[in-house]
Design a protein around this ligand. Structure first.
Ligand SMILES: NC(=O)c1ccc[n+]([C@@H]2O[C@H](COP(=O)([O-])OP(=O)(O)OC[C@H]3O[C@@H](n4cnc5c(N)ncnc54)[C@H](O)[C@@H]3O)[C@@H](O)[C@H]2O)c1
Length: 352
């Protein structure tokens, strides 16, 4: 049987996780790579044995034999490339965030309907084994009704610079880059309740703190300390129609003692934490129990989750599974992110 030909558009850092995962899927042939930077595209194509290299994604999409594409470009081109790929008859795995505006998210959703093709949003945390363990406990009623959740992704020093801190290409700072993951996974595990309102704050007080010495952090390839117009911290309270609420805080930099990632869920029968480590909190015979699932990775397993995500994507294109992160969820998360920025800008609660 001939293999499914896949292509990756955007050959930077995260593309390697997609490519490693495709390379380990026996049904797939890595067929084409596209990047604005031709040398980068050619190097990656050579590394993964792809026979075709492009600098313009439209030339890649014109190849009828390509079955599916991963979009790993800057956020400003996610919507445009997703729509073009769907209209060209390709299945799409689009990195998070789906795009930069609700309007664009709705246009992508329309293209999914029009084309009848699959678009999976790269909410990779949903595909982690630990998230699926908690999902099983939640679906079986172990937590009861979840009425409160907390999502934190705090870096004390970690503005990556480059396109990440150029609002026109990224759409924003830590909220849209790292906050999107923890907001999405809380919302998913809460059962995707309908958003009612958002009240939020954003700060631009600390800049990128390029002055700090003796502490290293990840820097984008085109890091330029002089360039930064994104927020350094955001917090939000999201209310849902079912009465539940989600408290969020995220930062690229903050005068905090340490970095912190938290995904915590509180129900009327029990609680659970996905981050910093998986645990389930219950009560039995008038005694509180903190239960620790015995698993290989207590925290987020980065590469294992990408493998699960890519395998699930391929299975879904073949009708063997349903994607865990459909376009509608990308649209809803986009509404939350945009409402957070709007609430902070206007200094008031936004009703959705
Ligand atoms: N799921 C995750 O955990 C995760 C982690 C990191 C990044 N991401 C997402 O992945 C995407 C890429 O991030 P990255 O860290 O790899 O960035 P990066 O800067 O390392 O790579 C992006 C690449 O895309 C190329 N590119 C940009 N626009 C293009 C276009 N129109 N056509 C072709 N190539 C184009 C750039 O030249 C660059 O090589 C972003 O949307 C980011 O939010 C997701």
């Amino acid at each position: 049987m001939s293999k499914l030909k896949v292509a990756v558009i955007g050959a930077g850092s995260i593309s390697d996780c997609h490519l490693q995962a495709y390379a380990s899927n026996p049904e797939v042939e890595i067929y084409a790579i596209c990047d604005l930077n031709e040398t980068r595209a050619a190097d990656v194509a050579k590394q993964y044995g792809a026979s075709h290299v492009f600098t313009d994604y439209r030339d890649l999409l014109a190849l009828p034999e390509i079955h599916s594409v991963s979009i790993c470009t800057w956020n400003d081109s996610h919507a445009e490339i997703s729509i073009a790929a769907l209209d060209a008859g390709k299945n799409v795995l689009c990195e998070k965030p789906l795009c930069q505006t609700v309007e664009d998210a709705l246009a992508v959703e329309k293209a999914v309907r029009r084309s009848g093709k699959l678009l999976q949003v790269g909410f990779v945390r949903r595909y982690s084994d630990n998230a699926q363990i908690l999902k099983t406990f939640i679906d079986e009623g172990e937590l009861g009704e979840i009425y409160y959740a907390k999502a934190s992704s705090l870096r004390r020093l970690g503005n990556p610079g480059g396109w990440f801190s150029d609002k026109s290409r990224s759409g924003g700072g830590p909220l849209i880059d790292i906050g999107v993951h923890v907001i999405d996974i809380c919302w998913y595990l809460m059962g995707r309740p309908k958003v009612k309102s958002v009240s939020a704050n954003v700060s631009n007080r600390l800049g990128n703190r390029a002055n700090v010495r003796n502490l290293s952090f990840y820097k984008a390839a085109d890091y330029d300390a002089k360039q930064n117009n994104v927020e350094d911290m955001a917090n939000a309270l999201i209310r849902f129609e079912n009465g539940a609420s989600l408290l969020v805080d995220v930062s690229f930099t903050l005068h905090a003692k340490a970095d912190e990632t938290a995904v915590k869920l509180y129900g009327d029968k029990g609680g659970a934490e996905l981050e910093p480590e998986i645990s389930i909190i219950g009560e039995k015979f008038n005694t509180i129990l903190n239960m620790t699932p015995q698993v290989d990775f207590k925290s987020f397993d980065f590469m294992g989750s990408f493998r699960n995500e890519i395998n699930h994507f391929i299975d879904s294109t073949q009708g063997r599974k349903e994607t865990l992160s459909p376009v509608e969820d990308g649209v809803e998360v986009m509404k939350m992110l945009c409402a957070i920025y709007e609430s902070a800008r206007e200094g008031r609660e936004i009703s959705l």
